[in-house]
Design a binder for this molecule. Structure first.
Ligand code: ITT
Length: 206
């Protein structure tokens, strides 16, 4: 399914994701590239209604276009008081040309007046692995937290400064990368992916 030296294209242009994935996968004999290395590959329209649909669409397109195994990450923040929004719309929640601050500010504005115990949310990450031979696998991770009333912390990316992770008493925006990767939605999904790759190697089928 994957052949040595396990060349894998990450089907993303999001640097925040790339940095987290690279850090977690290093040491797994994977030669990791990303769409940042292939500027000629066009963007995929993410029009699916689930993270799974979008992740598969991105991975299939990149694998077909480049003839290499591709791993796509579709992820987002699902807020209970907002009926699961921004969800699959997380990257575009404040419209075209907006930035992380505008997107999390929209969530904060929509949550004005929501009581503390109703501010529950989760980050979800779905990874899709697609190979040129047509093999497909999905790995899903989720991480529970609370939406604060204002941002705290300057680390991470996206909605990290408003996502409070109770077990560590801090937001993802205050966490260092290693700590976030240990507990996050992406860290959980990547651990499944890394275990899958290790399984392939030990069974000799990688
Ligand atoms: P690619 O499609 O190129 O991978 P993207 O940013 O468009 O990049 P998504 O459609 O999967 O990716 O949107 C994910 C959005 O969800 C991302 O832009 C952030 O706003 C948010 N998000 C996902 N994981 C996050 C994390 O760990 N911390 C904070 N925000 C996150």
């Amino acid at each position: 399914m994957l052949t040595k030296p396990y060349k894998l294209v990450l089907a993303t242009r999001n640097r925040g994701k790339f940095v987290e994935i690279e850090k977690l996968l290093c040491g797994n004999e994977i030669d990791l590239l990303s769409l940042i290395d292939f500027p000629e590959v066009p963007d995929v329209v993410e029009d699916g209604s689930t993270f799974e649909e979008n992740a598969l669409k991105k991975a299939r397109f990149v694998s077909n276009t480049l003839g290499l195994p591709a791993l796509a990450d579709d992820s987002g923040l699902c807020v209970d008081a907002l009926s699961g929004r921004p969800g699959v719309m997380s990257a575009r929640y404040a419209g075209p040309g907006s930035d992380d601050r505008l997107r999390y500010t929209r969530v904060l504005d929509e949550m004005i007046g929501v009581e503390d115990h109703l501010r529950t949310a989760r980050f979800v990450c779905v990874l899709a692995l697609v190979t040129p031979e047509g093999d497909e696998r999905i790995f899903r991770g989720a991480c529970e937290g609370l939406i604060l009333k204002e941002p705290v912390g300057k680390g991470g990316f996206g909605y990290d400064p408003i996502f409070f992770f109770e077990p560590h008493g801090m937001t993802f925006g205050q966490m260092d990368l290693d700590t976030k990767n240990l507990v996050s939605h992406r860290g959980i999904a990547l651990k499944m992916f890394a275990d899958f790759v290790k399984g392939l190697k030990s069974s000799g089928s990688a």
